[in-house]
Design a protein around this ligand. Structure first.
Ligand code: PLP
Ligand code: PMP
Length: 412
């Protein structure tokens, strides 16, 4: 893979921040090293001494003074070493990526810690997308992705999808505008980047089948594209075995995967990670050096992270969405998702849900997201709403759907 052809001028121009290199050197050195470098503040002057956190399984995680000093201090931009090691093992166990066994650096799998997957995504887009570039995605899509991509001035091309995600035949049709043998020619407008949410898509709830992933990956090979696999709902698949990921199929090193702990550990602690070919992860880390410097060391050191996650991995998710709301059946339609937190509901006879939700729904004390915000062109009429079923009890969901259905009936 020639990764240079994918980089924006800004990303290619990034150079290591000299003081960050020293911080990372110091982190790998024995405690006997006397460092007058770094520019790290003295944690003895910080007001916090120790901490203890109670975990729901009854255990307590304690930070003694030494651990607390470390947790309060600057750390390496790619992540603290023990967390990176733990995450690389997790990634190998879950996905066994072919790139993990590469011996040369080019294409070899690497990872970095990010402040939520949103930070990783935003930095990946800024690394790869130039003004005027054609970028492929299946819309409706996560509004945070649109917020990060649209200001880059790219041309977003919608690949049709259904309840099983992106449709390979439709992708093939979109790509047929370009000749695969000409994508490397100077001035080619062929897309270099494809973005998708493979499980429990936001807002559609759609999950891609293994066969579709294989076909999309083959098309990416044919047109030499990178695939951004944004998978924050991977751990929220309702049934095991969990679906094979794009990362698990990545023989070339063309997958950049973003994972998130927001839905299983905490969304407020802000932690996620990027997995991909080393030359690309390195560019993301250079961007981190120049912006956030690193994800909160306290968050990373926090052992509850690992404890809590291992608890969660064993837990079977109860899915509320198989419940059929008799209130909604006559006025709406939807597909039951197999992962994630969202129901994508089409309201029958309503051309655009924007006004209904933003003006009338609050009066009835029910709130949903009007579907338009997930569209490439947010002003196009959209008959859908997104309902999140992650926070409410089955009784509350039932009552919310009763209110929604009376709202729809009044509007018709
Ligand atoms: N990607 C998708 C598809 C999401 O739905 C979300 C959160 O809603 C994110 C990324 C951002 O997650 P994080 O909290 O890890 O930044
Ligand atoms: N500006 C200046 C002048 C600094 O010295 C530093 C830290 N060395 C920063 C910004 C970054 O600080 P922070 O850790 O709050 O991101």
């Amino acid at each position: 893979m020639n990764y240079a052809r994918f980089l924006t001028a800004v990303s290619a121009a990034r150079k290591p921040s000299p003081i960050r290199i020293l911080t990372e050197l110091q982190q790998r050195s024995p405690p006997s090293l006397i460092s007058l470098a770094g520019g790290a503040p003295n944690p003895n002057t910080f007001p916090f001494q120790s901490a203890s956190i109670k975990v729901k399984n009854g255990q307590t995680v304690s930070f003694d003074e030494a651990a607390m000093k470390r947790a309060l201090q600057y750390s390496a931009s790619n992540g603290i070493p023990e967390l990176l090691t733990w995450m690389k093992n997790l990634q190998k166990n879950l996905h066994n990526p072919p790139t993990a066994s590469y011996t040369s650096e080019n294409g070899q799998m690497d990872m970095c810690v990010t402040t939520g997957s949103q930070e990783g995504l935003c930095k990946v887009f800024e690394m790869l997308v130039n003004p005027g570039d054609n970028v492929l995605l299946d819309a409706p899509t996560y509004s945070g992705t649109l917020a990060a991509l649209q200001p880059l001035g790219c041309n977003l091309i919608n690949v049709p999808s259904d309840q099983h995600g992106m449709i390979p035949a439709a992708l093939k049709e979109v790509l047929s505008r370009w000749d695969p043998s000409e994508v490397h020619k100077p001035g080619s407008t062929a897309p270099k980047v494809l973005y998708t949410i493979p499980n429990g898509g936001n807002p559609t709830g759609a999950s891609m089948t293994t066969q579709r992933k294989k076909e999309v990956y083959e098309l990416a090979r044919q047109y030499d594209m990178l695939i951004i696999e944004d998978d924050p709902y991977y751990f929220l698949q309702f049934d095991k075995p969990w679906a094979p990921t794009f990362l698990s199929m990545d023989v070339d090193g063309r997958i950049i995967r973003t994972d998130s702990f927001s839905k299983i550990l905490s969304s407020g602690l802000r932690i996620g990670f990027v997995t991909g070919p080393k030359p690309l992860v390195d560019r993301v880390v250079l961007h981190i050096q120049a912006s956030t410097m690193h994800t909160s060391t306290f968050t990373q050191v926090n052992k509850t992270f690992i404890l809590h996650l291992s608890l969660f991995l064993n837990k079977h998710f109860t899915c509320l969405v198989h419940m059929q709301s008799h209130f909604l059946l006559s006025v709406a339609e939807w597909h039951s998702p197999s992962a994630g937190m969202f129901l994508w509901i089409k309201l029958k006879g309503i051309a655009d849900t924007q006004q209904l939700i933003m003006q009338k729904a609050l009066e009835k004390e029910v709130l949903l997201v009007p579907g338009g915000v997930f569209m490439i062109n947010s002003s196009d009429p959209c008959p859908y709403v997104r309902a999140a079923f992650s926070l409410s009890t089955p009784e509350q969901i039932d009552e919310a759907f009763r209110r929604l259905s009376s709202l729809i009936k009044e509007a018709l």
